[in-house]
Ligand binder design. Structure first.
Ligand code: ZN
Length: 312
């Protein structure tokens, strides 16, 4: 049946103005989100070398991130929060009160930050998140191709940093400073093992995480890999998921994806680890040769000091 011309609305009356578009984009950005549909990622654990299947499922607002170990029948829920982190020596590892753990969660958490997910149920059939290509990009693509994100009916929780927090560990240190935006900067000199150093300063309000950071891979030194394998670790590590450095040579075909891929990966790790705050942090995180240990310590120091933050 032909549509009556009189019933067709002129397009212009329904077209959003730029101002209304910006307003609705901001409103959407400030809502909590989850995945629209279940997303499946398969890979291997970088330390265990075991095959892993991970399913990211939609959940309710304010649920946060809960891992569910489907290889276990009891006590198998592990919340991903700053206060459930039990080990940061090789990766970020979380555990519940019964000691059931999930490790290497950081690149997946960074992918959630990249696509804007604040709540998800993550089913996993083993103790280690698959390493994929060593970065966050394969998780991001899986979520985007699996239907993207779904808004929830609750506003995003945010806190504002009110005073500087500083933590130190070994050769590194980190600060969380008052600022009007959510900013991360990192200085990294490879603990003196490189002849150069890098600084990367990232403003998420202006930049695109997916373009600038999400493909930066994890890295390691060949000699350390041999030691780790002798200890039963790094069994799944390969040139397909790790930048391998032999003295000052990159062993991977094609070399680095970015000239400063190491420091970009450090920023990606920091984003993943800071997601465990469970809230958006309005403030400036600066790391100086920082890693998973300091990323977690700074959240512990922040939430220990009730004068250091406020809900925004
Ligand atoms: Zn990493």
């Amino acid at each position: 049946m032909l549509q009556n011309v009189a019933s067709i609305q002129p397009i212009t009356t329904n077209r959003p103005t730029l101002a209304s578009k910006v307003k609705s984009a901001l409103a959407t950005a400030m809502q909590q989100h989850t995945v629209r549909k279940t997303v499946i990622c398969k890979g291997i654990g970088i330390h265990s070398g075991a095959d892993v299947t991970l399913k990211i499922k939609p959940t309710a607002a304010d649920a946060g991130f809960i891992f569910v170990r489907t290889d276990l029948t009891a006590n198998n829920r592990v919340p991903a929060r700053w206060d459930t982190v039990i080990d940061t020596s090789m990766c970020t590892k979380i555990a519940n009160n019964e000691g059931v753990s999930v490790s290497t969660i950081e690149h997946l958490m960074a992918a959630f930050r990249a696509v804007g997910i604040h709540n998800a149920l993550i089913e996993i059939d083993g103790p280690e998140v698959p390493i994929m290509d060593g970065s966050s990009i394969e998780f991001i693509r899986a979520i985007q191709q699996g239907g993207g994100i779904k808004p929830l009916s609750k506003p995003l929780k945010q806190i504002r940093i009110l005073k500087p927090i500083h933590v130190l560990q070994d050769k590194g240190q980190a600060w969380l400073l008052p600022a009007n935006e959510s900013r991360i900067s990192i200085y990294f000199d490879g603990f003196g093992r490189f002849s150069t150093s890098w600084t990367f300063d990232y403003f998420p309000e202006e930049d695109d995480f997916t373009t600038l950071l999400s493909e930066a891979r994890t890295f390691g030194f060949l000699e350390d890999g041999n030691k780790l394998r002798a200890m039963g670790l790094a069994r799944g590590a390969s040139l397909g998921n790790t930048i391998v450095i032999d003295e000052d040579q990159i062993m991977n075909d094609g070399g680095l994806r970015y000239e400063d891929e190491f420091v970009r990966h450090k920023i990606l790790d920091a984003y993943g680890d800071l997601m465990l705050a469970g809230v958006r942090l309005i403030g400036h995180f600066h790391g100086h040769n920082s890693g998973h240990g300091l990323n977690n310590q700074i959240l512990r120091a922040l939430f220990d000091d009730l004068d250091a933050w406020t809900y925004a």
